[in-house]
Design a protein around this ligand. Sequence first.
Ligand SMILES: [Zn+2]
Length: 212
Amino acid sequence: MVEVEGKPLPELDPVEADTGIDLGLSSYAVLRGRKIASPKFFRRQEKKLKRAQRKLSHCRRGSKNRHKAKQAVARLHARIADQRRDFIEQETTRIVRESQAVYVEDLNVKAMGTRRGRLGKSVHDQSLGMFTRTLEAKCARYGRGFVKVSRWFPSTQLCSRCGALSGPKGPARLCVRTWRCGCGVVHDRDENAEANLRAEGRRLLAAGSAER
Ligand SMILES: [Zn+2]
């Protein structure tokens, strides 16, 4: 897709065409009415990278093999960066085209903390910050609302219908797919979280306290 620099896109209905964006748990992102799956290449490339790094660590210092192994690792890093950038460009462009405002959980730390704290950031986790920054820049360029919702906002636990904190908490929220609130409604975890982010984002946008 060709993007025209700095030209605002046609305005969309602010109520029909806004979305919360829940990042980085079971899908890459959960949006209003659709999900972005985690790209398979993240996992694939990560395996390759680990293998290449292991090989490098077994090569003697100053050896020819070490030099070669080093180059292989660098090539992989470059390829991963390219694929990540392409993926993010494509997805953020689509979001900006179809949304008048986006409400993103500010959670660069969430995915790390819950999944692979000790192992360091995965290729997937590393991409989340870039995704958010790219999306923010595009929203500014094309006249879309962009709101960051605090990472302390309990988007998963809140019942989007009655407001009770009845949803899955802590590590449990990773395996619970659906849950029933005391008010009787059965929630899909991800869709409920998106609805909560959307409500909170709208509130912040209306209050004018949102980062633009
Ligand atoms: Zn409820």
